[in-house]
Design a binder for this molecule. Structure first.
Ligand SMILES: *[C@@H]1O[C@H](CO)[C@@H](O)[C@H](O)[C@H]1NC(C)=O
Ligand SMILES: *[C@@H]1O[C@H](CO)[C@@H](O)[C@H](O)[C@H]1NC(C)=O
Length: 594
């Protein structure tokens, strides 16, 4: 059998060797490294105007590549913004927008998450032969119906390799840092437990002393209620580090609860090794950093080094990590064939600070608002840098409106994926990045707060203006403060917002801080702007479902099952990822690499 097989193989080899090398280079599909920082503000970075923080590596990416100054997240919060980023579509289309109190996934044991039927850019690239990997934070769900079905897991959404946090880094992962999840509910449950306990104790005493004939049944009922309240409070909430702070490698839980101090170094190592493993084939790496969400790291090499306290130290550690990734790409000779992207999932968290550490959330520069503040610019305008030597002109700056949702169509385009797709809300960015187009295709952009359409951005053809109309704005607490200091994140519904009719209108070009609303007297195009925006909203809502969206702009009205209902989000023991035998979960990663 050998000789006949050998001949075609030899011929192929000879042909390959003889073919034009540069031709091959052109044909080879580019690699993608997408690096997303959590909660990073646009004002946190040197090349976006911060003179006192040292981010030389990120600044270098910008000077060697293209810097976007109006790069917009589809939502001001993690879960919906990431869902939109991954799918190239507004989060309402996948049911990942919230209609009420709970705006992000809260438990790994919840059943909500990116629906199995959704398509991510990773899935598209995988179909194009890419080796795909996710290192770091996912936060888009794990299981649907039983532990181990992994219906929302990265491996089922196009990532061939996953190492990292299926949830996110949050305060409960480190003892003494407080709690991030439903603290008011926790408080209520604790008080309920205490009150039931006191009532039970009193009745028992009364009965023992024979002062009063308390019925035995009443005592048993009270006892049962006390135990139940204690369990409902204690088990999901007090054991949160075990339930949510975990590390998985692919579908296996390899550390539970996770050690936070070594996390930065382990994530960086995994990201670097993924690149090294894939030098010989086109790859996509989504490196989703655990930084710069609280609790802040205290890595010795960076502690106390910056001029902005522990938050600044963490920023400089982020910059170090980005530098290491760039170095890895360059030293492997991959620079000219690798598109490196740097961004944040949304703006900095203004309410996050305390007297002990000081600033704990990001800085959004001159932009108003921050994380979880609907359409205010500070929560959605984020850094956006693309570096691709040999393809993108070094040092270019693009001021046109662009979206994180543009990554999906851009990657598809570069991977030469021409297969049919669903309705996308992003556009291929290459014409803008390469300077072949001067205008963004985003004439209109829609800014969501949960499932509610909060604001519209209009960049009129032939004009430099960027108008923004807010239909409602979050109510700050205390009134006059720059954020919601009672709930720590603003909400999008009911009494938590103020509606504006006519909408509040700003021109971001003249007033980037959204401080002076326009009126018919100060803006000659006032009536036209309102009309154009209303038409655009009507058209946009027409694409959300076959029938027009109803007055109630809830996810049900869009014909999509909401993933953010209480029923989906609350902890279900039978869905909890666990190493060992549930509920006795626990394991430590064996670190074999150094
Ligand atoms: C630079 O970033 C730090 C950290 O977020 C922030 O405290 C500071 O205000 C920023 N400075 C400027 C000029 O933006
Ligand atoms: C990368 O591209 C640049 C610009 O086209 C070129 O000058 C450089 O030699 C290339 N480097 C490699 C390693 O091919």
């Amino acid at each position: 059998m050998r000789p006949p097989l050998l001949a075609p193989v030899l011929i192929t080899l000879l042909l390959a060797a003889g073919s034009d090398v540069t031709g091959q280079e052109v044909d080879r599909k580019p690699n993608f490294i997408l690096m997303m920082v959590d909660d990073l503000g646009i004002g946190d970075i040197g090349c976006y105007g911060n003179a006192t923080i040292r981010t030389p590596n990120i600044d270098r990416l910008a000077s060697e590549g293209v810097k976007l100054t109006q790069h917009i997240a589809a939502a001001p919060l993690c879960t919906p913004s990431r869902a939109a980023f991954m799918t190239g579509r507004y989060a309402v289309r996948s049911g990942m927008g919230s209609a009420g109190r709970v705006q992000v996934l809260l438990f790994l044991g919840g059943s909500g998450g990116l629906p199995p039927g959704e398509t991510t850019f990773a899935k598209r690239l995988q179909q194009q032969g890419y080796s795909t990997g996710l290192v770091g934070k996912w936060h888009l769900g794990v299981n649907c119906e039983r532990r181990g079905d992994h219906c929302h897991h990265p491996n089922h959404h196009g990532f061939g390799y996953f190492y990292g946090l299926p949830f996110t880094l949050f305060n409960d992962c480190v003892p003494g840092e407080g709690s991030d999840i439903l603290t008011d509910l926790q408080h209520t449950l604790r008080i309920m437990t205490a009150m039931l306990g006191v009532a039970l104790f009193t009745l028992v005493l009364v009965r023992v002393w024979g002062l009063f004939e308390a019925s035995l049944w009443l005592l048993v009922l009270l006892l049962a209620l006390t135990v139940l309240a204690a369990a409902v409070w204690y088990v999901p909430f007090k054991l949160l580090p075990i339930w949510n702070c975990i590390i998985m490698r692919n579908k296996e839980v390899i550390e539970q609860p996770m050690r936070v101090d070594t996390l930065p170094q382990r994530l960086l190592g995994e990201a670097q090794r993924f690149v090294k493993r894939n030098v010989d084939r086109p790859f996509l790496l989504f490196f989703s950093l655990a930084h710069i969400h609280t609790p802040l790291f205290e890595t010795p090499a960076f502690a106390g080094k910056s001029r902005h306290g522990r938050y600044g130290d963490n920023l400089e550690e982020v910059d170090f990590i980005i530098g290491k990734m760039t170095e890895t790409v360059d030293s492997l000779g991959l620079a000219n064939n690798t598109l490196i992207y740097f961004t944040s999932d949304h703006g900095g968290h203004l309410e996050d600070s305390n007297s002990h550490i000081g600033q704990k959330g990001g800085w959004n520069s001159i932009y108003r608002g921050g994380k979880a503040m609907g359409g205010w610019e500070g929560g959605i305008r984020v850094p956006g840098i693309f570096r691709w030597p040999g393809r993108l002109t070094a040092g270019r700056v693009v001021d046109e409106p662009t979206s994180l949702m543009d990554l999906y169509p851009t990657l598809k385009h570069l991977a030469k994926d021409t297969q049919p797709d669903r309705h996308l809300d992003g556009y291929n960015l290459m014409p803008l990045l390469e300077g072949k187009a001067a205008r963004s295709q985003h004439e209109f952009m829609f800014h969501y707060c949960g499932v509610y359409l909060n604001a519209v951005r209009w960049h009129p053809p032939g004009s430099d203006s960027v108008y923004k109309l807010h239909f409602f704005t979050p109510n700050f607490f205390p009134p006059g403060a720059g954020g919601c200091y009672d709930t720590k994140v603003c909400l999008c519904h009911g009494d938590h917002v103020t509606r504006h009719s006519p909408p509040l209108l700003y021109d971001l070009r003249r007033d980037p801080s959204e401080s002076r609303p326009l009126t018919p007297d100060t803006e000659p195009r006032y009536a036209e702007i309102l009309e154009q925006a209303a038409n655009a909203v009507e058209q946009h809502e027409g694409t959300l479902s076959p029938t027009r969206a109803s007055q109630d702009r809830g996810a049900e009205a869009h014909g999509v099952e909401s993933q953010m209902t209480w029923e989906k989000v609350l902890w279900k023991p039978w869905l909890q990822p666990c190493c060992g035998t549930f509920p006795f979960c626990g394991c430590k990663e064996e670190v074999t690499h150094t």
